[in-house]
Ligand binder design. Structure first.
Ligand code: ADP
Ligand code: MG
Length: 262
């Protein structure tokens, strides 16, 4: 929370400082949908390698906050910085910055008419201009990493939900993002497939990926999170370690939330 070490000349200030600099920073972010005040003075900074889990009741603004971080939603005021660079509202810089933020949604959003391997290769070729063979090799490596390389030439509909979601993770990783956003990635899955996706996420976390995860999986939250952020009514009400949050929630809203899910 107090880690505001961003400096204007951070790019020239060397590795030691870079590791302390927030990779994602939201400053006084405000967002309305018409009359609905959906994000209220959101301040958040996520350091390199940190795993942040966002919890909160339905409708509290968790998805909207995630969507502002890669500019699927605009903000009314405040600012969002990705690795020290303010996220522009549009233009070529937006495309470049957005590529640094991988996102995995509740619905897997794979291209139904493309094979699994093509789903993973597409953006690297189009956006990162990676040569086709290299994109193919990297995609196969990523598919192996999430355990679905044997499905590479199939179409999404031929895979289980858990497999499709693992492909979606591989597809996001193919862009070499600096941070990965997960918005309830297991909520649409049959129960028996939840763990195969959470296991991939846990592995990513242990490899040092910077992650922001919205989830209702409390076991995962306890295990994976460096820090829990609790949102309600568009506000961040609590921030703390998993032990602090789960064992000593401070606000009535958090106590109420926990009493309903545990
Ligand atoms: P959460 O992910 O915590 O469930 P959301 O960010 O999806 O919350 O939604 C927060 C509030 O904003 C909800 O009341 C929701 O109905 C509303 N909302 C979300 N997206 C839109 C939109 N595109 N237009 C209008 N209202 C929206
Ligand atoms: Mg949501």
């Amino acid at each position: 929370m107090t880690n505001h070490t961003t400096t204007p000349d951070a790019s020239a200030s060397g590795q030691a400082q870079d590791d302390n600099r927030p990779l994602v920073e939201l400053r006084h972010v405000e967002k309305h949908f018409g009359d609905l005040h959906v994000l209220k003075d959101i301040n958040l900074s996520v350091r390199k390698g940190e795993v942040l889990v966002v919890l909160g009741p339905s409708g509290s603004g968790k998805s909207t906050m995630c969507r502002t971080i890669n500019r699927l939603e605009t903000i009314d005021s405040g600012s969002i910085l990705i690795d020290g660079t303010p996220l522009p509202q549009e233009g070529r810089d937006l495309t470049r910055l957005r590529a640094e933020v991988g996102m995995v949604f509740q619905q897997f959003n794979l291209f139904a008419n493309k094979t699994i391997i093509d789903n993973v290769m597409l953006a690297p070729i189009k956006v990162r201009k990676v040569p086709r063979q290299q994109a193919h090799d990297e995609a196969m490596e990523l598919l192996a990493r999430v355990g679905v390389d044997s499905q590479a030439s199939k179409y999404p509909a031929q895979l289980s939900g858990g497999q499709q979601q693992r492909v979606a993770i591989a597809r996001a990783l193919a862009m070499h993002p600096k941070v990965m956003l997960f918005d309830e990635p297991t909520s649409a899955l049959d129960p028996e497939m939840v763990n195969e996706v959470l296991d991939v996420m846990l592995e990513l976390a242990s490899e040092g990926m910077t992650m922001i995860c919205v989830t209702h999986e409390m076991g995962f939250a306890r295990k994976a999170a460096d820090r829990i952020v609790f949102m309600a009514d568009g506000q961040i009400l609590e921030t703390g370690t998993p032990d602090e949050f789960f064992d000593h929630p401070r606000t009535d809203r958090a106590k109420d939330f926990l009493s309903k899910i545990i």
